[in-house]
Design a protein around this ligand. Structure first.
Ligand code: SF4
Length: 265
């Protein structure tokens, strides 16, 4: 179900490292990733549908943002899309992310967008104007589209995401590869870094987070890929995550691209 809602505030303080503010023009996300940690947002909406089957579009985002920016001085970058994908398909219709970026660019406010969608290329004109103070991250957990569809049914293909990184990078926009979540038995860190490193300025990684009511959905995705249950044990093994951290470091070192951070849960 799609609903149009009015928000009181859209720019919010965040505890995320590197991003003291965040902006989410949508609640919910039709990318419907089985591992998504943002599903906790459902309890603020009254929606009964499963995660991935509802979105509230905050249709007054541009007005509210403009009032907030007039009132407050923003220190530090804004992350666009911390609990939704700001370039999910509905953004084609509503253009709330575009309108927000327009304001950040015109005011010279540092921002970053993290997405799984090549729709970000629609806004390359604005991103080019903000090239000195914005960045775009693209997330990838696998290079295999048949696996991607099992975990992220509503997302665009791996090829389109790599193409988006390439185009943004060519335009002089700061880009980063976000390898996350890292899925045990699936994510081939070495291969992802090898194909994407030529188009990015930095790399981030994130471990699979199963502390947000997503375990059953993740288990179903693994089962659909015919993978053994060993993944579950690995997610609880500090030794396994230490080896992942080392693998990330080595892959980035070989590709000569900086690894900026690895989030563990
Ligand atoms: S794209 Fe991001 S916000 Fe959307 S469902 Fe997937 S993980 Fe969640």
């Amino acid at each position: 179900m799609i609903r149009e809602v009015k928000a009181k505030t859209v720019l919010q303080k965040s505890k995320l490292p590197e991003s003291p503010y965040c902006l989410n023009p949508y609640i919910g996300c039709t990318h419907a990733c089985s591992y998504c940690y943002a599903r906790f947002m459902r309890r603020f909406t009254g929606h009964q549908e499963p995660w991935g089957l509802f979105v509230d579009a905050k249709v007054n985002t541009p007005d509210v943002l403009s009032k907030q920016l007039a009132r407050n001085t923003i220190h530090g970058p804004v992350l666009i899309g911390s609990v939704c994908d700001a370039y999910q398909p509905l953004e084609k219709r509503y253009e709330l992310t575009r309108a927000s970026i327009q304001q950040f660019v015109s005011k010279g406010i540092n921002f970053s967008v993290l997405t799984k969608s090549s729709l970000v290329l629609r806004d390359i004109d604005l991103l080019r104007q903000g090239a000195g103070f914005c960045s775009v991250g693209i997330s990838l957990s696998t290079l295999d589209d048949s696996i991607r569809r099992k975990f992220e049914p509503g997302t665009c293909s791996v090829q389109k995401r790599l193409h988006a990184l390439e185009q943004l990078h060519k335009e002089g926009i700061r880009t980063y590869l976000f390898i996350g979540p890292i899925l045990p038995l699936i994510t081939n860190i070495e291969a992802i870094v090898a194909v994407a490193s030529q188009f990015v300025d930095e790399v981030w990684g994130e471990a699979l987070n199963l502390r947000c009511g997503n375990r059953n959905d993740v288990a179903q995705s693994y089962a659909a890929c015919n993978l053994p249950d060993e993944w579950d044990k690995l997610t609880r093994s500090p030794k396994y995550w230490r080896s992942v951290a080392a693998e990330l470091e080595n892959a980035c070192c070989r590709a000569e691209v900086p690894l900026v951070g690895f989030y563990e849960h």
